[in-house]
Ligand binder design. Structure first.
Ligand code: NAG
Ligand code: NAG
Ligand code: NAG
Ligand code: NAG
Ligand code: NAG
Ligand code: NAG
Length: 511
């Protein structure tokens, strides 16, 4: 009986291995493609440098990178064997941690680091790894991987972990591309010149046209802005095109656009142009209020002081933690980021039961990666004593906020509390998501995934049916639809909501 059982299991194991290896091969190919893309960026950069700047050192570095690429692609090289093992080891580190097998995870990590060191040493000196160097590491890593495999982790864990691992790597590769000099240049170059030109024309419209300003003044006192029978949306942004697409796509897909109210807050530079744009275009009768951060002076020294240490996130970004203060009469709002496109009527969001929670949001932990421990330092007792490291993460972009529950739970005070705890930056480093995860902890209601589909700014392989079924798609990531370096497949989804035949765009394009 026992033998039969063992015989029966073996083909399953073999299939698992086949599967793992095929994922691995695919993954390596993908990695290679990314590597080559990166390399091409480097090459691009070389071309952009003037001949004086093109020093020997620079060429040398590029040259070495190229040779390492070849080396890893070679079927017989030790670097390649090591790189493949590292991928597998990485996946098993995650699985082992998920199963609380910390010792195994630790052993694998230490071998992983050793391999990294070997590879980087080889890259630095520009020569392939030798059998003497690589042999012992490859052997001991094989033993560990065999041990991990022997612990019978089920196939579906392996599949999902591998997938999310690949996704996370892609994310990181894209981030690396973004930090690239080339990317910086592209971003600046590709905020198209004619858009700059149009924004200036809109600013002068605002200054020169008293009718526009009168209409805006009237709107400021409109009872619709505080009417809780209407549907209220907030957009805080300095990006005119992005904000216009958010508003236009929302009204274009609404069953009753006249019942929608948009509360846009922007900075001093964009205030005039946004006013002029929203007043002189047709948004199907929706109410659109534009405010200037400079006029939110009551968000006074106390509050600004509390978020003073939030380096790297602008005032507009942080404003989301003060929504009940900015709109004291409102009871429920939907917050939309300026890089989303709305594809369905959103009014039913407002009637979803939040069960007393403050924040209705789509969670992101379908992938094993996006849990709280990924964002926050759980070595710190302030965090680990109060939060569950496995709690599911989420992302800003489309949030339903119950402002009554918010005020009752003092979420803004919680936000201030966590900022204060993080004065020495040991809880998290950057961004508004970590303090958001903390401030809304235990006050979050998960929504159906189709309300908010993310990743259009970094993941080129999102399922078309998922995108089609999404109420809101989010271009989070670096490849925004308004820049040259965007993902072509998704660009039309955004572009169709901006009317480029506006006279200013026409004049600016031809000038
Ligand atoms: C700052 O604003 C808060 C909330 O609006 C208010 O309670 C407080 O009195 C203000 N402080 C100052 C110094 O104006
Ligand atoms: C919210 O904060 C106020 C003032 O800081 C405090 O009086 C009140 O008890 C707090 N409420 C809760 C539920 O923590
Ligand atoms: C995490 O918190 C611990 C305990 O406060 C601290 O020693 C460590 O430096 C923190 N890690 C980071 C990366 O800040
Ligand atoms: C709004 O989107 C529609 C497509 O649904 C487009 O025809 C129209 O030109 C857009 N309006 C503006 C002001 O961009
Ligand atoms: C686009 O803008 C032009 C000029 O403002 C306007 O005449 C036209 O009707 C708009 N088209 C759509 C589809 O909104
Ligand atoms: C494997 C490989 O392409 N190696 C290259 C490393 O750099 C030298 C010098 O340019 C080339 O001759 C090699 O072909």
């Amino acid at each position: 009986m026992r033998r039969r059982a063992a015989d029966y299991r073996r083909p399953v194991r073999r299939r698992l291995w086949c599967w793992i290896w095929s994922v691995l091969v695919l993954f390596c190919l993908g990695g290679l493609v990314l590597f080559v893309i990166q390399h091409n960026h480097n090459a691009d950069r070389t071309v952009r440098f003037s001949s004086e700047e093109r020093t020997a050192t620079f060429e040398e570095v590029n040259h070495r990178v190229f040779n390492l690429t070849d080396e890893i692609a070679s079927a017989t090289s030790f670097s390649r064997q090591l790189a493949e093992q590292m991928t597998l080891a990485k996946a098993y580190i995650i699985i082992a941690k998920d199963h609380n097998n910390l010792h195994l995870a630790w052993e694998l990590s230490s071998k992983f680091r050793k391999s990294q060191l070997l590879l980087s040493a080889a890259a630095l000196r520009g020569e392939p790894l030798t059998l003497e160097e690589a042999g012992p590491v490859i052997k001991s890593m094989s033993a560990l991987i065999y041990k991990a495999q022997d612990l019978h982790y089920d196939i579906s864990t392996t599949i999902t972990t591998m997938q999310s691992h690949i996704q996370a790597l892609e994310e990181r590769a894209n981030a690396a591309v973004a930090q690239n000099v080339v990317f910086g240049q592209l971003t600046v170059e590709s905020i198209p010149r004619d858009i700059h030109c149009s924004i200036i024309k809109l600013a002068s419209d605002w200054i020169q046209n008293p009718t526009l300003r009168n209409v805006a003044d009237e709107l400021r006192n409109s009872p619709r802005l505080v009417d809780n029978n209407l549907y209220h949306f907030c957009v805080f942004s300095d990006n005119l095109l992005g904000t216009s697409v958010v508003v236009n796509s929302t009204v274009s897909n609404a069953d009753h656009p006249k019942q929608l109210v948009f509360h846009v807050v922007t900075d001093g530079v964009n205030f005039g142009p946004m006013q002029a744009w929203f007043l002189s275009n047709d948004f199907k009768g929706a109410t659109i209020e534009v405010q200037n951060t400079e006029d939110l002076s009551w968000l006074n020294a106390t509050y600004l002081e509390a978020s003073r240490d939030m380096k790297g996130s602008s005032f507009l970004n942080r404003l989301r933690f003060y929504i009940p203060d900015v709109y004291p009469q409102l009871e429920k709002v939907v917050l939309l980021d300026d890089d989303v496109v709305v594809q369905k009527d959103l009014t039913s969001l407002f009637s979803i039961e939040l069960h007393g929670n403050v924040n209705g949001v789509v969670e992101t932990c379908l992938e094993a990666f996006h849990r709280y421990h990924k964002y926050l330092n759980f070595s710190n007792p302030i965090i680990s004593s109060k939060l569950d490291p496995q709690a599911c993460g989420w992302a800003f972009g489309m949030n339903v906020f119950d402002l009554i529950a918010w005020r009752k739970a003092n979420v803004t005070a919680r936000y201030h509390y966590w900022l204060k705890q993080n004065e020495d930056r040991t809880l998290w480093k950057l961004g508004i998501l970590p303090p958001g995860l903390l401030a809304f902890y235990g006050l979050t209601e998960p929504l159906d995934r189709r309300w908010h589909v993310q990743g259009l700014g970094f993941d080129p392989n999102i399922d078309s049916r998922l995108i089609e079924s999404a109420a809101v798609i989010h271009f989070n990531g670096n490849m925004k639809p308004w820049i040259k370096l965007c993902i072509e497949r998704y660009k039309p989804l955004w572009e169709r909501y901006i009317n480029m035949t506006h006279p200013h765009f026409q004049e600016c394009a031809s000038s």
